[in-house]
Design a protein around this ligand. Structure first.
Ligand SMILES: NC(=O)c1ccc[n+]([C@@H]2O[C@H](COP(=O)([O-])OP(=O)(O)OC[C@H]3O[C@@H](n4cnc5c(N)ncnc54)[C@H](O)[C@@H]3O)[C@@H](O)[C@H]2O)c1
Length: 249
């Protein structure tokens, strides 16, 4: 895998899967634009990359802020050059409630952070890639983007939307040097799995996951990197489940 000097833009890169992806891409030569709302942890991601000899810079970005998505990306492009690799990863778990109890503000927030922001990031990324010889995009969906999610319909709807966006864009830009794919992680050891979800996740993992363990962010990052690399050069408009086999049965 060689991302030598390619500029990679990652949202939600201060922790979990986004951080692991940032570290992995930098390890293979990418110049990584680390973005997140969490500045302290974002700087930590940058330090981890730099300690390993890589290149990265943190930009604060709240993907709930449409104007900031554009201005942050333009700032990063001005400083480092055109974005060739993008990982639209930032996401929230949202508020658990059955459909009839979901509040409008919770629904709207979920759609903005987990779906609309992916569209808004892609719009800027694609605009840049179209003018600079193409690129490669990976969106982070979820197994909840393939199945219903009892108690968290907004999350499931947003993640289904990410798949639709991915597949549509892949069809639009296939001849223009831009590939677009998605990754659907199963349970992955990150902060998004709150303490009070832990027991439920552990129990479900024992019953539903053939490998009987939760995934590591690095295992998801490896798949993201593969999809962004030339090693997957004919893979386009699809999603890869990284779930220890959960979706298989
Ligand atoms: N961990 C899992 O089990 C799992 C499973 C399926 C899908 N996912 C998806 O993976 C992605 C990454 O999540 P994670 O598991 O690494 O969790 P995480 O909580 O460790 O990382 C999410 C990151 O997104 C950032 N973020 C949250 N709101 C933001 C905003 N408004 N603007 C910018 N950044 C924001 C957080 O600060 C954090 O750094 C998410 O899209 C999540 O839905 C996670």
């Amino acid at each position: 895998m060689n991302f030598e000097k390619k500029v990679a833009f990652i949202t939600g890169a201060s922790s979990g899967i986004g951080r692991a992806a940032a570290i992995k891409l930098a390890k293979h030569g990418a110049v990584v634009i680390v973005t997140d709302i969490d500045e302290k942890q974002g700087q930590e991601t940058v330090e981890l990359i730099q300690k390993d000899g890589g290149t990265a810079k943190f930009f604060v970005l709240d993907v709930g802020d449409k104007a900031a998505i554009k201005t942050t990306m333009l700032k990063a492009i001005e400083e480092f050059g055109p974005i060739k690799l993008a990982v639209n990863n930032a996401g929230i778990g949202g508020v658990l409630a059955p459909v009839h109890e979901v509040k409008d503000e919770d629904w709207d927030r979920m759609m903005q952070i987990n779906l609309t922001s992916v569209f808004q990031c892609m719009r800027e990324e694609i605009n840049c890639m179209l003018h600079h010889g193409g690129g490669n995009i990976v969106n982070i969906s979820s197994l909840a983007g393939l199945n219903g999610f009892k108690g968290n319909a907004p999350y499931s709807v947003a993640k289904h939307g990410v798949i639709g966006l991915t597949r549509s864009a892949a069809q639009e830009y296939g001849t223009l040097g831009i590939r677009v794919n998605a990754v659907c992680p199963g349970f992955t050891e990150t902060a998004i799995i709150h303490k009070d979800m832990r027991d439920f996740v552990n129990k479900l993992t024992k019953v539903r996951v053939p490998m009987q363990r939760i995934g590591r962010p690095e295992e998801v990052a490896n798949t993201i990197a593969w999809l962004l690399s030339e090693e997957s050069s004919y893979v386009n408009g699809t999603y890869v489940e990284v779930d220890g086999g959960m979706q298989a049965g």
